[in-house]
Design a protein around this ligand. Structure first.
Ligand SMILES: Cc1ncc(COP(=O)(O)O)c(C=O)c1O
Ligand SMILES: N[C@@H](CCOP(=O)(O)O)C(=O)O
Length: 467
C-alpha cells in the first residue's frame, strides 16, 4: 500500500515512512492511495474473531509488504493486552436501539489508548529495524497527551514532548501527563489554547531544518496510523450487532475529526454504515460547516468537555480531499484561505458528498449535564461529558430502526467535577490510578512561541544531539 498527501506535492510513501513522518512535507495529511475493500462475505467471516485477530485481518492491507505478518500480529496482541476488558472495546445497551461503545478500557481511560498503544509499538519496531531515534511532538486538549506519554514512556528510541493548554485540561488529564517519571517524557504547558498547541506542532513540522535535525515524528491524528487503528472498533461493534447483514449508524463526539474519519474509512472498506453523526460541544464549527457549507473559525469557548474545545479540526482536510474527488489543488486552496482569513466555503458537489454521509448536531453544557442525569436515571449508566454530547445528538436524529452506536471516548472519572455537578455522583479512578492526584508533577510552562518551544525541544532531544 502507498500513501499520498492531501496537498498533492509531497512524495508518496510506504507505511513505515508514513508512520514516522506524521505530517506530509507539503503540509498535507497522508491517506491510502486506495481503500482496501472487504465484501459482505469477508465481513461475515470476521464474526467470532477476538479484537486483536480482527485488527490483524482489517489492518494487514495497510501494512502489507512493510511489516512481516507474524511480527504485526504479535505487536497487535501486545498492544491490546494492556486493556482491562477482555473484549477490548465492549458495547453496552443504553436505550431501545441505542448502544454505547466503551473505548476507555485502556491505560489512560480514553479512546486514544486504542491507537496509541499500537502506534508506539509499531514505531519502536521500525526505529529498531532502522537503528534510528525520533523526537515525538504532540498537541493535546487533554487525552492524546496522556495516552501518548503512557505508550512511549521509557522507550529508548524516542523522546516525547507533549504540548497542552495551560490550565485548560482537567486535573486528572494534567496529572496523567505531568507525573511520569520516565526520562524520555517532557510535558509542556503552553500559554494558549489547544489550537495554539496544534498550530505550533504543525509549524515545527513545516520548519524542515528543525524537523530534520530532531528527526521529528508526530502522534496526533495527523499520523495515518492513528486513524488506521481506530477503524477496527467500528467493525467490532457493527459485527456484534449483526453487520454486514444489518446496517449500523454511529454518533461520534468530535473535535479533531480523527475518530469519525476512521468511521468513514470503515465505510469505504465495505462496512455497511447508514449514517455517521458528528456531535460537537459549544465549539460547533463542524456542525455549522455541515449546515452552511462555510468553515468559519471563531474563538474557542471553554466547556465541561475540554478535549473537544477545538476550532481547527485537522482531519476535516482528509474528508475534504475525499469529497472533492481527491482534488489536492482544491484542498490546498481551502487550507490557504483558512490560514489567511480563518474560513473557506466548500464547493457544492463536495458539500453534497459530505452531507450524503454525515449528519451533525451540538450540545451545550446544560444539555450535556441534563443528558448525564437522564441516562443515569433511565439506564443506571454514568456517562462522561464527551460521550453525553454524543448521546444527546444521537437522540435528536430522526427515528430509525437502524441500531445507533454512540462512541464513548472517555471514562467519567477523567472529568469528576463536571460529572458530579451534573449527577451528584463522583466517579472514582480505578485502583491502578488511585494515587494519581498525590504523585509529584513535573512540567515546563512556555509561551506560545515556536522558536522558544523549538529551542527547548532541541536542548532535550537525544535525536537532535546525535544529529
Ligand atoms: C474524550 C474525547 N472525546 C472526543 C474527542 C474528539 O475526537 P476527535 O479529535 O478524533 O474528533 C477527543 C479528542 O480528540 C477526546 O479526548
Ligand atoms: N482531543 C484531543 C485533541 C488532539 O487530537 P488528536 O486525535 O489529533 O491527537 C486530545 O485529547 O488531545
Amino acid at each position: 500500500m502507498r500513501y499520498m498527501s492531501t496537498r498533492g506535492t509531497a512524495p508518496q510513501l510506504g507505511f513505515r515512512d508514513v508512520l514516522l513522518t506524521g505530517l506530509a512535507r507539503d503540509g498535507g495529511l497522508y491517506v491510502p492511495v486506495e481503500w482496501p475493500s472487504f465484501s459482505a462475505e469477508d465481513i461475515r467471516a470476521m464474526r467470532g474473531l477476538s479484537y486483536p485477530e480482527l485488527a490483524v485481518r482489517l489492518l494487514t492491507p495497510f501494512v502489507a509488504g512493510e511489516i512481516e505478518e507474524t511480527v504485526f500480529a504479535s505487536i497487535v496482541r501486545d498492544a491490546y493486552a494492556t486493556f482491562r476488558h477482555d473484549a477490548v472495546c465492549p458495547i453496552v445497551q443504553t436505550g431501545p436501539n441505542e448502544y454505547v461503545l466503551e473505548l476507555f478500557h485502556g491505560p489512560t481511560l480514553a479512546f486514544k489508548d486504542v491507537a496509541m498503544q499500537l502506534l508506539a509499538r509499531l514505531m519502536d519496531h521500525v526505529l529498531a529495524e532502522r537503528d534510528e531515534r525520533a523526537t515525538i511532538v504532540g498537541a493535546t486538549s487533554g487525552d492524546t497527551g496522556g495516552a501518548a506519554i503512557d505508550a512511549f514512556a521509557g522507550r529508548d528510541r524516542t523522546d516525547i514532548f507533549i504540548l497542552f493548554p495551560h490550565g485548560k485540561v482537567s486535573p486528572v488529564q494534567q496529572r496523567q501527563m505531568t507525573t511520569s517519571t520516565a526520562s524520555n517524557v517532557h510535558a509542556i504547558a503552553l500559554e494558549g489554547n489547544f489550537d495554539d498547541c496544534q498550530d505550533l506542532v504543525k509549524s515545527m513540522f513545516n520548519n524542515h531544518g528543525f524537523r530534520d535535525s530532531t528527526h521529528l515524528s508526530g502522534v496526533n491524528s495527523i499520523n495515518w496510523a492513528r486513524i488506521m487503528a481506530q477503524i477496527v472498533y467500528y467493525f467490532s461493534s457493527a459485527l456484534s450487532l449483526g453487520a454486514p447483514d444489518r446496517p449500523i449508524s454511529f454518533t461520534v463526539p468530535t473535535g479533531n475529526f480523527g475518530d469519525v474519519f476512521a468511521g468513514y474509512a470503515a465505510k469505504r472498506m465495505g462496512l455497511p454504515i447508514e449514517r455517521l453523526v458528528v456531535a460537537t460541544n459549544d465549539n460547533d464549527i463542524l456542525a455549522r460547516t455541515l449546515a452552511t457549507g462555510t468553515y468559519q473559525t471563531r474563538g474557542v469557548v471553554e466547556t465541561t468537555s475540554p478535549s473537544m474545545d477545538i476550532q481547527v479540526s485537522s482531519n476535516f482536510e482528509r474528508l475534504l480531499f475525499e469529497a472533492s474527488g481527491r482534488d489536492a489543488e482544491t484542498v490546498t486552496r481551502y487550507m490557504q484561505s483558512l490560514k489567511q482569513s480563518g474560513s473557506f466555503t466548500i464547493e457544492a458537489d463536495a458539500l453534497a458528498a459530505i452531507r450524503a454521509e454525515f449528519d451533525a448536531g451540538r450540545s451545550d453544557m446544560d444539555e450535556t449535564a441534563k443528558t448525564i442525569r437522564a441516562v443515569l436515571s433511565q439506564s443506571n449508566y454514568l456517562l462522561d461529558p464527551h460521550t453525553a454530547i454524543a448521546v444527546k445528538v444521537a437522540r435528536e436524529q430522526s427515528a430509525s430502526t437502524t441500531p445507533m452506536v454512540v462512541l464513548s471516548t472517555a471514562h467519567p472519572a477523567k472529568f469528576p467535577a463536571a460529572v458530579e455537578a451534573a449527577s451528584g455522583v463522583t466517579p472514582a479512578l480505578p485502583a491502578w490510578l488511585g494515587d494519581l492526584m498525590e504523585r509529584k508533577e513535573n512540567y515546563t510552562v512556555l509561551p506560545s512561541d515556536t522558536k522558544m518551544v523549538e529551542d527547548h525541544i532541541s536542548r532535550l532531544s537525544r535525536a537532535a544531539r546525535n544529529h
